[in-house]
Design a binder for this molecule. Structure first.
Ligand code: SAM
Length: 247
């Protein structure tokens, strides 16, 4: 939508909802079949050099994992599932890339706990998990309400959702800060190396009425002063949320 049209449409937005959702231009669901191996390599190098602020946040948010059932949404090659398993969780993963699932199967004890699907299509039962994590994987669908519905369904009442997702301060730069209030498909080089396509979501699209119907936020972190981007004054690249499923 042009800037003028979006400003006109903006006049009709209701607070807390009604963020326009576009039809996807490109199907982004299985792109990690092609770019996943390069991503995993680049990500491991990045973490070795800079630490892993996102996983540190998630581990802090989920607390003691002993005896807990944990689902990682967008588990990719299973690097983080292996960490959660080493801390005592029974781990499960959902991921749309068949290729990444093959690698994940080599990293955890029970490969039958890995299923093909997405944040908007989670092939597990209602109330099955004590904990759901999503590390940099929720921004691959246009309508986050589909994820809140599915995650809210599989997490037990009182269970914890911990996720880290790109900050709109960062993703809106990729659309030149035009049309901030709309969901837009964006393409860029992840970790300055791996070409991916995913979505800019305005905060109002992330923290929608459907989110608050299901979850109460218990912690929020913009990693100010922690990430390489923030340290080089480029502003926050991501934020983390700890939320609890309403009883
Ligand atoms: C940037 S990677 C993050 C992977 C891993 N969680 C990590 O932190 O390294 C994004 C992941 O989201 C997955 N993904 C893409 N579309 C998805 C969807 N609709 N639902 C869940 N995950 C999706 C990709 O296949 C990929 O594994």
């Amino acid at each position: 939508m042009s800037r003028i049209l979006s400003l006109i449409a903006g006049a009709f937005y209701t607070p807390g909802g009604d963020v326009p959702i576009p039809e996807p231009k490109v199907n982004v669901r299985t792109q990690y079949d092609k770019v996943g191996e390069d991503y995993v390599k680049a990500q491991r190098e990045f973490i070795k050099k800079n630490g892993d602020f996102a996983t540190d946040f998630i581990l802090d948010a989920v607390g003691d994992l002993n005896g807990k059932t944990l689902l990682d949404v967008g588990c990719c090659a299973g690097d983080h599932l292996a960490i959660y398993e080493s801390r005592g969780a029974s781990v499960f993963g959902v991921e749309p890339s068949a290729k990444m699932l093959e690698i994940a199967a080599t990293q955890i004890k029970d490969q039958s706990n890995l299923k093909r699907g997405g944040s908007d299509d989670i092939p597990f039962s209602d109330n099955e998990f004590d904990v759901v994590t999503a590390r940099l994987s929720l921004h691959y669908i246009p309508n986050l309400d589909d994820a809140w519905g599915e995650i809210g369904r599989v997490i037990r009442p009182g269970g914890v959702l911990a996720y880290v997702t790109p900050h709109p301060f960062n993703t809106s730069k990729r659309i030149g800060r035009r049309d901030y209030g709309e969901v837009s498909q964006i393409g860029y080089k992840l970790l300055n190396k791996v070409g991916v396509i995913n979505y800019h979501h305005p905060l109002q699209g992330i923290f929608s009425p459907e989110f608050f119907d299901r979850f109460v936020i218990e912690d929020f972190n913009e990693f100010l002063g922690q990430t390489p981007r923030v340290k080089s004054s480029k502003g926050p690249s991501a934020f983390g949320i700890k939320a609890r499923r309403r009883e």
